[in-house]
Structures are given as C-alpha cells and as structure tokens.
Design a protein around this ligand. Structure first.
Ligand code: FE
Ligand code: CA
Length: 498
C-alpha cells in the first residue's frame, strides 16, 4: 500500500478556505485526508523521444477533490530508485479537468525504459514504468484488448497480459460501459445510474481505475487507446443515437463523455485540443519494424444505413441498398485523407491499424446481403477505399486490429471475391463481458469462407508478437468469473512476412 501523509487539521483548514473560492489556487501547503493518487498512474502514446504521463488527484472514496488548482511535482528517472533523474518539474492539476494531469515529455532517449512518479498534497504516487519507442526494433509485443464491463467480469486477464511483458497495450474501445445488463449475472455493481453528464462519466472512469488489475496494467505498460461506442452510448454514430435525441441535445452528452475519456486516459493533450470535437486518430511508428495507426470509428461516421434520422442502433439489415452508397464513410473525410497520406508513405514491413469495430464482411445468411448495421458492413464504400489503400505495393503486411463483438476472429480481407487477400484482421474478444448468444452470427463458416478462425464462447485478449519476418498471434481465453484464472490458448496463428 502507498504511504501518504495525513494531517486532518491542515485538510479541514484548506477545505474551509476552499468553500468560499472553489476555483482559486491554493496558497497554503495542503495535505490530503486520503491518498490523492488512489486512481494510480498511467503512460501512453510513446514516441522515440517521449510519451504522456498521467495521473488524477482524487479525494476520499475516489470522489472528486473539492479543491482549486493543485501543484503537482513530477520526476522521471532512468532507474526505479530515482537516482538518475532526467526530468523534474511542476504542473497544475485543475478542477476544470477533474484534477487530471497530462504531462507530455520529449527529448528523451529512444528505446529505453523510464520510471516516473508524482508528488502532491503531501503524498507520493506509485512509481510507474514506461518506455520510449526504439530506433531499431527487432520485436514488438502487443496486447490487444476491448470491452471490459465492470459488472460482468473481473479484470484478471490483465495479470496474464502483464506476465507476457508487452511493449504496448492497445485498447480498441468499450473501456467503460455506460449501461448495466440486468439479465446477466454480475460479479460487482456500478453503484450508480447510467452516466449522462460530465460528473456521471467522470465517476464511471474513476470507479474503473480503482480496479487493482486495471490500475497495475496502466502503471507498468504504456497504452494506446481508441474508443468505441460504450464510452458514450451503445451504438451511437456521430450524433445519431439509440434514444433518437436531436443531434444538438446528444452533442452535449457526447462532449461530456469525450471530456471524461480524455481526463482519464494517457492521451497527448497537444493532439486533443477541443473537448467537443477532439482528434483521437494518430500514428505511432515502432522503429523500422511496424507502423501503428489508431483510428476513430465513431465520431465522424455517416448516419446508420436504412435508419430513421438521428437514430443509431445495431440492427440486422436485410437488403439495405443504402449501406452500399459511395459517399458513406466510417472515418470521415479528414481522417480518411490523413490515413491515405500516411499509408502512401508507408515503408515498414508491418502496417497495423487499430480500430473499434468488425471490419471484414460478415454475411449472416447464405445470400450475403444480411449484415449488422453498426460494423463496416454498414459502410461498404469506406471499407473499399481503405482496402484500396492497403493494396498499395508500398504497404506491406497490413493488419487490422478490432474488438466490439465479444468473440475472437481471424479474417482474410479481400478487395473482391476470388482475388488474393490484401490484409488480415484480428478481432479480440471482450476482456470482461459475456459472449454473444448462440446463433448471433448465423452459419459463420458456411457463409463466410474468408473467416479463418472464430470462437464465440470465450472472453480474453490477443497477444501479438511481431518480428522482422514473422508475426505470431495468440488468442488467449480467461475466465471472467475469476481474477486468478489460468489462461487457455484457443489458437496460435503464425504469419510469415509477404
Ligand atoms: Fe463491447
Ligand atoms: Ca461496442
């Protein structure tokens, strides 16, 4: 357990002073009445010379701190004993950002581990470990994860993940869930209603970060994150939503959810300039070995096909011609242009795209025209444009990393039937959520010859190890009802470089 100073008199004095002027900076030294670092620390978005370091100061019970701006001192060292400190300084944790801290560092040495900690309110944070991207890499180990429902499972899969010593944890969405599923067995409770405003979403993220396994995974490994729908509302598409709220009404809820997401994730503030319409898509290159593009498949997508205006729900579509319309986009124009530009300059042996939803066509019947609306099947033209980019001769060994469907999949991606595949898709299952009901995807093998493997019965995550000439992916199942379960390897796939 973390030790921290506890000075009741100082706290009471400061709280009284704050009552009058809640948003002013504290002039007096102030010590916390509970560990202000109870949500832990995190790092992410590494580059060859830096990364983002994160923490958020909270009050007792992980409640928001009732305080003005608070100075936070940081130290970054080459060793975990902090004898060789390479950066130190002070930043401010502001109440407008829920006392979160996003420290973006540059000018460090490539390809090495760093240790960091924060000091505030008389307390010291746990020591985090992170690393810069190497200039010359001969290996990249990723853990691919999505879909963690607080109530439906323990997060013990992170223990198995950490035992594999990943370089990066790639989270492709449904980091939180906004809703309960009352008909499914719970292991614990949200203890709060569905969030609809900033306070509600902040509380949901804070609750998640009290989970010791999740917190430890953030403390020990840099993360790359993107969102899917449950960070805001199930199945939303840009401003279309399942409640059919007018876009201008739903926009306020979405902006609150986006802000809370940023406040709790190790994302670069230099990229995220606007809380209402932030930029989440970005690239990370791993030496000369692999490029990784993080995509946003929610904020900019076209309206759901064959749906009422402003309404977005994942439904089975039978013969919906609108889904084929050439102007339909999953990424939006600006993101598509950014990605096309990035892919046009691609030269690394492995090209990875991480994003929220199932990419491959998935026919639900033998006719091939029954599909789910919320996946890329609802955005066929956008998918074709991306596959055209991935087919460029300079783009070698493209791989799409996805989540969302609470099941494991390995898919070949073709530009057209009968042509060789241009890319591979790996879909990870839920880290903590029930598997889909039997029959949800129909006769998968019979109707979808491009699907090489699928498992609809397990939760878990995917380990991916990339070397210059081959890639190994391991689909690892873990029991969501036990935090200490042993993993079961469902499938191991090896792919040689093409
Ligand atoms: Fe999910
Ligand atoms: Ca989802």
């Amino acid at each position: 357990m973390q030790q921290f100073l506890w000075h009741r008199r100082a706290v009471l004095g400061a709280m009284t002073a704050l009552g009058a002027r809640p948003l002013t900076a504290l002039a007096e030294p102030f010590t916390a009445q509970a560990d202000p670092f109870a949500l832990g620390v995190a790092s992410g978005d590494p580059s060859r010379d830096g990364f983002v370091l994160w923490t958020r100061l909270v009050g007792p019970g992980a409640q928001p701190l009732l305080a003005g701006a608070i100075p936070v001192r940081y130290e970054v060292a080459e060793d975990d004993g902090f004898r060789h400190i390479v950066r130190t300084g002070e930043v401010r944790a502001d109440p407008q950002a829920a006392h979160s801290v996003h420290l973006e560092l540059a000018g460090l040495r490539p390809g090495r581990a760093y240790h960091y900690r924060f000091h505030a309110l008389g307390a010291t944070s746990p020591v985090g470990r992170t690393a810069t991207v190497p200039d010359r890499a001969d290996r990249l180990r990723l853990a691919l994860t999505s879909c963690q429902h607080w109530e439906l499972g323990w997060f013990g899969a992170y223990r198995d993940m950490l035992a594999g010593d990943p370089d990066l944890i790639v989270q492709v969405g449904d980091y939180i869930y906004e809703t309960s599923y009352p008909d499914q067995p719970k292991v614990r409770d949200f203890g709060a209603p569905e969030p609809r405003d900033l306070d509600g979403y902040r509380a949901r993220y804070a609750l998640y970060r009290t989970d010791p396994d999740l917190q430890e995974a953030h403390r020990r490994v840099p993360w790359l994150v993107t969102w899917d729908d449950h960070e805001v509302l199930n199945d939303y598409a840009a401003l279309a939503n399942r409640e059919g709220l007018p876009p201008e009404i739903f926009a306020a809820r979405r902006a609150a959810a986006y802000q809370a997401y940023f406040e709790h994730m190790p994302i670069r503030p230099s990229l995220w300039r606007s809380m209402a319409s932030p930029r989440l898509y970005r690239g990370v290159d791993w030496g000369e070995l692999a490029s990784l593009s993080m995509l946003d498949t929610r904020q900019f997508r076209s309206n759901p096909p064959c749906a009422a205006p402003s309404v977005a729900r994942n439904v089975r579509l039978d013969h919906c011609a609108e889904r084929l319309a050439p102007d339909r986009t999953m990424l939006g124009q600006a993101q598509e242009a950014w990605l096309a530009q990035r892919l046009s300059q691609e030269r690394r042996p492995w090209t990875l795209l991480a994003q929220g939803v199932f990419f491959a066509p998935l026919a639900l019947d033998g006719g091939g025209d029954a599909v789910y609306s919320d996946q890329w099947d609802g955005y066929v033209a956008g998918r074709s444009r991306l596959l055209d980019q991935l087919a460029r001769p300079n783009v070698r060994n493209p791989l799409i990393l996805s989540g969302d469907v609470h099941s494991f999949w390995l898919n070949d991606l073709h530009r057209a039937d009968g042509t060789p595949p241009v890319a591979t898709e790996i879909v990870t299952s839920a880290l903590a959520a029930q598997s889909p009901p039997a029959g949800r995807f129909g006769e998968v093998r019979a109707n979808n010859p491009h699907i090489r493997f699928h498992d609809l019965n397990h939760s878990g995550y995917v380990r991916i190890e990339i070397e210059p000439t081959r890639l190994v992916a391991q689909f690892r199942a873990l029991n969501l009802k036990s935090a200490r379960a042993k993993p079961k390897i469902l499938q191991q796939v090896e792919q040689d470089i093409r």
